[in-house]
Design a protein around this ligand. Structure first.
Ligand SMILES: Nc1ncnc2c1ncn2[C@@H]1O[C@H](COP(=O)(O)OP(=O)(O)OP(=O)(O)O)[C@@H](O)[C@H]1O
Ligand SMILES: [Mg+2]
Length: 257
Protein backbone atom coordinates (compact mmCIF):
# COMPACT_ATOMS: atom_id res chain seq x y z
CA UNK A 1 0.00 0.00 0.00
CA UNK A 2 1.52 3.28 -1.10
CA UNK A 3 0.39 6.45 0.65
CA UNK A 4 0.76 9.74 -1.20
CA UNK A 5 0.11 13.26 0.11
CA UNK A 6 -0.69 16.03 -2.34
CA UNK A 7 0.60 19.16 -0.64
CA UNK A 8 1.18 22.87 -0.81
CA UNK A 9 0.44 25.43 1.89
CA UNK A 10 -0.70 27.80 -0.86
CA UNK A 11 -4.39 27.72 -1.74
CA UNK A 12 -5.83 27.10 -5.19
CA UNK A 13 -2.81 25.34 -6.71
CA UNK A 14 -4.77 22.25 -7.85
CA UNK A 15 -4.10 19.89 -4.93
CA UNK A 16 -7.70 18.70 -4.96
CA UNK A 17 -7.87 18.51 -8.75
CA UNK A 18 -4.64 16.49 -8.80
CA UNK A 19 -5.79 14.12 -6.03
CA UNK A 20 -8.96 13.51 -7.99
CA UNK A 21 -7.20 13.06 -11.34
CA UNK A 22 -4.55 10.74 -9.90
CA UNK A 23 -7.01 8.66 -7.89
CA UNK A 24 -9.57 8.21 -10.63
CA UNK A 25 -6.93 7.39 -13.25
CA UNK A 26 -5.26 4.79 -11.00
CA UNK A 27 -8.70 3.34 -10.22
CA UNK A 28 -9.59 3.08 -13.89
CA UNK A 29 -6.32 1.23 -14.51
CA UNK A 30 -7.44 -1.47 -12.10
CA UNK A 31 -5.58 -0.42 -8.97
CA UNK A 32 -7.49 -0.31 -5.71
CA UNK A 33 -7.55 3.27 -4.52
CA UNK A 34 -8.64 5.13 -1.40
CA UNK A 35 -8.82 8.92 -1.54
CA UNK A 36 -8.86 10.94 1.68
CA UNK A 37 -10.21 14.47 1.88
CA UNK A 38 -8.11 15.99 4.67
CA UNK A 39 -9.30 19.54 4.12
CA UNK A 40 -12.08 21.14 6.22
CA UNK A 41 -13.33 22.84 3.04
CA UNK A 42 -14.53 19.40 1.84
CA UNK A 43 -13.86 20.32 -1.80
CA UNK A 44 -12.70 16.85 -2.75
CA UNK A 45 -15.77 15.26 -1.17
CA UNK A 46 -17.99 17.63 -3.11
CA UNK A 47 -16.15 16.93 -6.33
CA UNK A 48 -16.76 13.22 -5.69
CA UNK A 49 -20.49 13.77 -5.41
CA UNK A 50 -21.11 14.47 -1.70
CA UNK A 51 -23.13 17.68 -1.67
CA UNK A 52 -23.15 18.32 2.08
CA UNK A 53 -20.01 16.80 3.66
CA UNK A 54 -20.86 18.40 7.03
CA UNK A 55 -24.01 16.33 7.24
CA UNK A 56 -22.27 13.01 6.68
CA UNK A 57 -21.74 11.00 9.87
CA UNK A 58 -19.04 8.89 8.27
CA UNK A 59 -15.94 11.03 7.73
CA UNK A 60 -12.19 11.00 8.22
CA UNK A 61 -12.69 13.63 10.95
CA UNK A 62 -14.95 11.25 12.86
CA UNK A 63 -12.50 8.36 12.45
CA UNK A 64 -9.66 10.50 13.80
CA UNK A 65 -11.81 11.73 16.71
CA UNK A 66 -12.71 8.12 17.52
CA UNK A 67 -9.03 7.17 17.57
CA UNK A 68 -8.34 10.06 19.96
CA UNK A 69 -11.21 8.82 22.15
CA UNK A 70 -9.73 5.30 21.98
CA UNK A 71 -12.90 3.92 20.43
CA UNK A 72 -13.01 1.04 17.97
CA UNK A 73 -13.35 2.41 14.49
CA UNK A 74 -15.21 1.19 11.45
CA UNK A 75 -13.01 1.90 8.45
CA UNK A 76 -15.59 1.00 5.83
CA UNK A 77 -15.05 3.95 3.54
CA UNK A 78 -17.64 5.90 1.68
CA UNK A 79 -18.01 3.97 -1.58
CA UNK A 80 -21.19 5.41 -2.98
CA UNK A 81 -19.46 7.52 -5.58
CA UNK A 82 -19.71 7.14 -9.27
CA UNK A 83 -16.01 7.13 -10.06
CA UNK A 84 -14.97 3.71 -8.81
CA UNK A 85 -12.67 4.78 -6.02
CA UNK A 86 -13.28 4.54 -2.29
CA UNK A 87 -12.97 7.67 -0.25
CA UNK A 88 -13.14 9.15 3.22
CA UNK A 89 -15.14 12.35 3.41
CA UNK A 90 -13.56 15.51 4.83
CA UNK A 91 -15.66 18.20 6.47
CA UNK A 92 -15.53 21.21 8.78
CA UNK A 93 -14.96 19.03 11.85
CA UNK A 94 -11.40 18.79 10.57
CA UNK A 95 -10.71 22.41 11.59
CA UNK A 96 -11.71 21.59 15.13
CA UNK A 97 -9.37 18.61 14.96
CA UNK A 98 -6.54 20.78 13.62
CA UNK A 99 -6.87 22.96 16.74
CA UNK A 100 -7.14 19.98 19.12
CA UNK A 101 -4.20 17.98 17.80
CA UNK A 102 -1.38 20.09 19.32
CA UNK A 103 -2.71 19.22 22.78
CA UNK A 104 -2.79 15.50 22.16
CA UNK A 105 0.18 13.31 22.85
CA UNK A 106 1.31 11.72 19.60
CA UNK A 107 -1.09 14.07 17.79
CA UNK A 108 1.00 13.75 14.60
CA UNK A 109 0.13 10.09 14.22
CA UNK A 110 -3.66 9.91 14.49
CA UNK A 111 -4.19 9.46 10.76
CA UNK A 112 -1.40 6.88 10.70
CA UNK A 113 -3.34 4.93 13.29
CA UNK A 114 -6.56 5.12 11.23
CA UNK A 115 -4.73 3.82 8.15
CA UNK A 116 -3.07 1.04 10.09
CA UNK A 117 -6.58 -0.36 10.64
CA UNK A 118 -7.03 -0.79 6.88
CA UNK A 119 -4.71 -3.77 6.88
CA UNK A 120 -3.01 -2.53 3.72
CA UNK A 121 -6.00 -3.35 1.58
CA UNK A 122 -5.41 -0.63 -1.05
CA UNK A 123 -2.73 -0.31 -3.70
CA UNK A 124 -2.79 3.47 -3.30
CA UNK A 125 -4.06 5.86 -0.65
CA UNK A 126 -4.04 9.49 -1.82
CA UNK A 127 -4.47 12.33 0.67
CA UNK A 128 -5.70 15.76 -0.38
CA UNK A 129 -4.14 18.21 2.09
CA UNK A 130 -5.45 21.60 3.19
CA UNK A 131 -3.64 24.82 2.28
CA UNK A 132 -1.48 25.08 5.41
CA UNK A 133 1.14 23.01 7.14
CA UNK A 134 -0.63 22.60 10.46
CA UNK A 135 -1.02 19.43 12.43
CA UNK A 136 -3.49 17.93 9.95
CA UNK A 137 -1.06 18.19 7.07
CA UNK A 138 1.65 16.89 9.41
CA UNK A 139 -0.59 13.89 10.05
CA UNK A 140 -0.75 13.28 6.31
CA UNK A 141 3.03 13.57 5.94
CA UNK A 142 3.71 11.43 9.00
CA UNK A 143 1.94 8.46 7.44
CA UNK A 144 2.90 8.98 3.77
CA UNK A 145 5.48 7.24 1.68
CA UNK A 146 5.54 10.11 -0.80
CA UNK A 147 4.63 13.77 -1.15
CA UNK A 148 3.79 15.42 -4.45
CA UNK A 149 3.95 19.21 -4.46
CA UNK A 150 1.64 21.01 -6.86
CA UNK A 151 2.45 24.60 -7.74
CA UNK A 152 1.05 27.41 -9.85
CA UNK A 153 3.42 29.28 -12.16
CA UNK A 154 3.81 32.41 -10.02
CA UNK A 155 7.09 33.76 -8.78
CA UNK A 156 5.79 34.14 -5.22
CA UNK A 157 5.20 30.39 -5.28
CA UNK A 158 8.89 29.62 -5.65
CA UNK A 159 9.73 30.72 -2.08
CA UNK A 160 6.65 28.88 -0.82
CA UNK A 161 7.81 25.65 -2.46
CA UNK A 162 11.27 26.09 -0.97
CA UNK A 163 9.90 26.49 2.55
CA UNK A 164 7.47 23.59 2.03
CA UNK A 165 10.35 21.33 1.01
CA UNK A 166 12.23 22.25 4.15
CA UNK A 167 9.10 21.57 6.28
CA UNK A 168 8.68 18.16 4.61
CA UNK A 169 12.32 17.32 5.22
CA UNK A 170 11.96 18.29 8.88
CA UNK A 171 8.97 15.97 9.22
CA UNK A 172 10.93 13.23 7.48
CA UNK A 173 13.86 13.71 9.88
CA UNK A 174 11.78 13.92 13.05
CA UNK A 175 8.93 11.52 12.45
CA UNK A 176 8.85 9.61 9.19
CA UNK A 177 12.18 8.51 7.67
CA UNK A 178 10.48 6.64 4.80
CA UNK A 179 8.90 9.85 3.42
CA UNK A 180 10.23 10.98 0.04
CA UNK A 181 9.29 13.95 -2.10
CA UNK A 182 8.23 12.26 -5.32
CA UNK A 183 8.26 15.48 -7.28
CA UNK A 184 6.83 18.84 -8.19
CA UNK A 185 3.86 19.14 -10.53
CA UNK A 186 3.39 22.57 -12.14
CA UNK A 187 -0.34 23.15 -12.65
CA UNK A 188 -2.63 25.74 -14.28
CA UNK A 189 0.17 26.62 -16.70
CA UNK A 190 -0.48 28.99 -19.57
CA UNK A 191 2.78 28.38 -21.39
CA UNK A 192 2.12 31.17 -23.88
CA UNK A 193 3.08 33.93 -21.46
CA UNK A 194 6.72 34.91 -20.98
CA UNK A 195 6.34 35.04 -17.21
CA UNK A 196 5.19 31.44 -17.16
CA UNK A 197 8.01 30.29 -19.41
CA UNK A 198 10.45 32.07 -17.08
CA UNK A 199 8.85 30.41 -14.06
CA UNK A 200 9.11 26.89 -15.52
CA UNK A 201 12.74 27.52 -16.48
CA UNK A 202 13.53 28.77 -12.99
CA UNK A 203 11.71 25.83 -11.40
CA UNK A 204 14.05 23.46 -13.26
CA UNK A 205 17.10 25.57 -12.39
CA UNK A 206 16.29 25.69 -8.69
CA UNK A 207 14.88 22.23 -8.00
CA UNK A 208 15.70 19.70 -10.71
CA UNK A 209 19.09 18.77 -9.20
CA UNK A 210 17.34 17.25 -6.20
CA UNK A 211 13.77 16.64 -7.26
CA UNK A 212 11.79 15.28 -10.17
CA UNK A 213 9.76 17.90 -12.00
CA UNK A 214 6.77 16.56 -13.88
CA UNK A 215 5.60 17.91 -17.21
CA UNK A 216 3.19 20.74 -16.51
CA UNK A 217 -0.61 20.56 -16.51
CA UNK A 218 -1.97 23.29 -18.79
CA UNK A 219 -4.57 25.83 -17.77
CA UNK A 220 -7.79 24.32 -19.05
CA UNK A 221 -11.42 25.38 -18.94
CA UNK A 222 -12.53 21.73 -18.99
CA UNK A 223 -10.57 21.11 -15.80
CA UNK A 224 -12.03 24.13 -14.02
CA UNK A 225 -15.51 22.92 -14.95
CA UNK A 226 -14.78 19.45 -13.59
CA UNK A 227 -14.58 20.80 -10.02
CA UNK A 228 -18.37 21.07 -10.10
CA UNK A 229 -19.00 17.35 -9.49
CA UNK A 230 -17.68 15.88 -12.72
CA UNK A 231 -14.40 14.13 -13.27
CA UNK A 232 -11.92 15.55 -15.70
CA UNK A 233 -11.80 12.43 -17.83
CA UNK A 234 -15.56 12.21 -18.38
CA UNK A 235 -16.31 15.07 -20.73
CA UNK A 236 -13.07 15.81 -22.36
CA UNK A 237 -11.20 12.58 -22.95
CA UNK A 238 -9.22 14.39 -25.54
CA UNK A 239 -9.00 17.76 -23.81
CA UNK A 240 -5.42 18.79 -23.27
CA UNK A 241 -5.81 19.02 -19.50
CA UNK A 242 -7.10 15.46 -19.17
CA UNK A 243 -4.38 14.16 -21.50
CA UNK A 244 -1.74 15.98 -19.45
CA UNK A 245 -3.10 14.47 -16.23
CA UNK A 246 -3.09 10.97 -17.75
CA UNK A 247 0.51 11.48 -18.86
CA UNK A 248 1.37 12.62 -15.34
CA UNK A 249 -0.21 9.46 -13.88
CA UNK A 250 1.62 7.23 -16.38
CA UNK A 251 4.89 8.96 -15.57
CA UNK A 252 4.16 8.61 -11.87
CA UNK A 253 3.63 4.85 -12.22
CA UNK A 254 6.66 4.43 -14.48
CA UNK A 255 8.90 6.18 -11.97
CA UNK A 256 7.76 3.75 -9.29
CA UNK A 257 9.55 5.70 -6.57
N1 LIG B 1 -5.30 22.95 -14.97
C1 LIG B 1 -6.29 23.75 -14.57
N2 LIG B 1 -6.85 24.64 -15.41
C2 LIG B 1 -7.84 25.48 -15.01
N3 LIG B 1 -8.35 25.50 -13.79
C3 LIG B 1 -7.85 24.62 -12.89
C4 LIG B 1 -6.80 23.71 -13.24
N4 LIG B 1 -6.51 22.97 -12.13
C5 LIG B 1 -7.33 23.40 -11.17
N5 LIG B 1 -8.14 24.39 -11.61
C6 LIG B 1 -9.16 25.15 -10.86
O1 LIG B 1 -8.50 25.96 -9.90
C7 LIG B 1 -9.25 26.02 -8.70
C8 LIG B 1 -8.39 25.54 -7.55
O2 LIG B 1 -8.08 24.17 -7.77
P1 LIG B 1 -8.08 23.14 -6.55
O3 LIG B 1 -9.33 23.28 -5.76
O4 LIG B 1 -7.76 21.81 -7.11
O5 LIG B 1 -6.85 23.73 -5.75
P2 LIG B 1 -6.42 23.40 -4.25
O6 LIG B 1 -4.93 23.57 -4.20
O7 LIG B 1 -6.97 22.11 -3.82
O8 LIG B 1 -7.15 24.58 -3.45
P3 LIG B 1 -7.27 24.69 -1.85
O9 LIG B 1 -5.91 25.08 -1.38
O10 LIG B 1 -8.30 25.76 -1.63
O11 LIG B 1 -7.69 23.35 -1.34
C9 LIG B 1 -10.49 25.16 -8.93
O12 LIG B 1 -11.57 25.98 -9.32
C10 LIG B 1 -10.07 24.23 -10.07
O13 LIG B 1 -11.16 23.81 -10.84
MG1 LIG C 1 -8.16 21.65 -2.20
Amino acid sequence: MKIISIVNQKGGVAKTTTTNALGIALGSMGYTVLIIDLDPQGNLSMSLGVNFPDEEPFSISQLMLDIIDKKDINTTPFVKNKFGVDFFIGNSKLSMLDKMLPNIRGGEFILDEVLSKLNKKYDYVIIDCMPSVGLLTENALCCSDEAIITTEPQFFSMKGVQSLISEILTIKRRYNPKLVIDGILPTKVNIRTNNTKEFIKMLYEVFSKDLHIYDFIPLSVKISEASKGKNIYQDGKRCKGAVAYLNFVLEYIKRGV
